[in-house]
Design a protein around this ligand. Sequence first.
Ligand SMILES: Nc1ncnc2c1ncn2[C@@H]1O[C@H](COP(=O)(O)OP(=O)(O)O)[C@@H](O)[C@H]1O
Ligand SMILES: N[C@@H](CC(=O)OP(=O)(O)O)C(=O)O
Length: 448
Amino acid sequence: MKVAKFGGSSVASAEQLKKVACIIQDDPARRVIVVSAPGKRNSEDVKVTDLLINLGNAYQVGKDYQYELERVLHRYQIIIAGLQLSSELVNTISQDLVQVLEKDYDIETKLEAIKASGEDSLAKILSTYLISLGIDARYLNPQDAGIILSDQPGSAQILPESFEKIYKLRKSNQIFVIPGFFGYTPEGKLVTFSRGGSDITGSIVAAGLKAELYENFTDVDSVYCVNPQIVDQPKEITSLTYKEMRELAYGGFSVFHAEALIPAFKAKIPVCIKNTNNPNALGTIIVSEKEVRGNPVVGIASDKGFMSLYVSKYLMNREVGFGRRLLNILEDEGISYEHTPSGIDDLSVVLREKQMTPEKESFVIERINNELHPDLVYIERGLALIMIVGEEMHSHIGTAAKATQAFADAKVNIEMINQGSSEVSVMFGIKEEGVERAVRSLYNAFFR
Ligand SMILES: Nc1ncnc2c1ncn2[C@@H]1O[C@H](COP(=O)(O)OP(=O)(O)O)[C@@H](O)[C@H]1O
Ligand SMILES: N[C@@H](CC(=O)OP(=O)(O)O)C(=O)O
């Protein structure tokens, strides 16, 4: 049994959904299908999830939301017409959405339900289409599938009791179409994962079903060793380990959600990234262990939007509890941190920039000054992280030297370096404006 997840680009139009139906029909083992909401049809287009967020925002501020509602419904209308399905389906979807808007939910749950309706409606459209082709398919709500999540709206996490429930779906011979991106708390409240979270649903369902394979269909032939938007036609990665993919996804390989690997990894389910527009291409397979490749670096990931909180105090190394008290101040503000490169008398805390609003920033700085009495404290915004990743790095001499030379060649200053103790990755912090130059130079050093 295989679980196939189709991302937003794969379900963006009737033409794409026809390809999806062919892929499902091509392999009888593809028994559970997870779908995203319709994504962009071209670079100027808007994802349905973003249209729904606009609709929710209009509703929340008490604005007339008819325009936003029409834009969402129009996307479904053209898909439904293109698949030659009854226009009744548009009415049902429209009624469902209006019902969510009118229901007596608290505002947070309502916004979550509006956001999740993109996946839900698309799953209904695809299952209806598959039935029209004579396939024994059925829409399955995540609650009925057994997807039970923690009560963290917008960043929910799977609860362990889910997996046993999902396993029961094996009994059926029908093809299930499950909407991705959301689930329910044990109390029955709808909650979503973070953005891009349909990948997580697919991984959870594959783990629960103990599937032989989790196929993740997207719009590229494989995972490339570097973002194809930065380097033209980069080398394809045929196989990589869960650990490598986890690091690369975290580092900015947006092709797969950074949190999506854990369920598949724990259940030892191989993951394959494939192209809906070219399903015969081999794709990229993600497994526990792979053969020795010879190149210590498998991929180079980059991401913008970080900042560093720098704190310096003479004899910091001897002050018991300094780090804990600093991190406590961030915890009190609900801020999570990514890395903490440190020296003898100084410590930097690297954070996602959007967490630190200007109000939080002045409050945090004031508390650090009052409670920790540092010699110096400042914030540097506009940072990017670049990660070079590869399981073979630990047995290769000179990888970091080659990387730092590549930064020098690109005339990019390295602000910080962090090598994880597992030696699967080395992370470099630089100013955002140097990212593309540095990534191209690293690509030349390791792959050309
Ligand atoms: N290293 C990489 N390899 C392949 N694709 C990448 C990589 N880094 C970023 N991407 C981007 O990820 C996109 C696919 O992810 P996404 O847009 O989330 O797909 P989907 O619509 O299937 O969910 C690709 O079109 C590509 O531009
Ligand atoms: N539709 C949701 C979830 C998702 O996974 O989408 P996509 O497959 O287009 O990344 C989002 O846009 O965040």
